[in-house]
Design a protein around this ligand. Sequence first.
Ligand SMILES: [Fe+2]
Ligand SMILES: [Fe+2]
Length: 250
Amino acid sequence: MTDEPMGAEACFGEEPARDSRFQVKQRWSECCNLPDDHPQKRTEFLHRQMNEELNSLEISSRALTDFPDAAWALRLRIARQCADEARHALMFRKVMEQRGGFVGAYPVLNFQYRIVCRLATLEARLAVQNKTFEAGGIDALATAVTETAQAGDVDLLRLFEYQEADEIAHVRYANEYLRSAMAADPRVALDVARALTEASRAFAEVFGSAAHRIRYEVSTGTRLEAGFLPDEIRGATAALARKKTAGMQR
Ligand SMILES: [Fe+2]
Ligand SMILES: [Fe+2]
């Protein structure tokens, strides 16, 4: 392994399988970016979320099959996460279809799977998927729950509340596991740091200038519930601000 920084293309692995209904894209700019007041904006969002939940399910499933020797207690947590993510995908599909959408109606991205499943260790995968992507998800959900409650959209509010409770638990077990793994072996911290750098390079490649349109902020309350330390939350706040600024400069 070399210490030379990797180019963005090398930070992506293979695509997950999708049937012919799906239109799979590689960059955000190739997707269906509707204006906020478009009548299909919400349906497109729900379709995208459904596919993101599939990515989470596929990443967790691969963690079980690729690391059969991991501790049983950790494998049990990952298996439970598989069940949660499958339930989330079904919930999003149902609400999306109730609002006039259908599977394959809009293009999808599988960047999470492509970024995470090429990583060689379970620790690196949990750091990128649960501690980074899903932690960003709980920040976004905190905003979504507030906005949906204000709009009086009860069906969607229930979905977001169920999802938020599950995602907090996913982030928390990864935080707890990674903290003890790093305490037992400092090399884990180096492996994780390398994976996070590569993931952030790949994420920037996928989203380009769209990153500055991120509307949510880091949610201190939910991150504390999810097992982050105050210093880590300050770091995440600074990283999100950098991501938005970098998007503006592209
Ligand atoms: Fe989920
Ligand atoms: Fe999750």
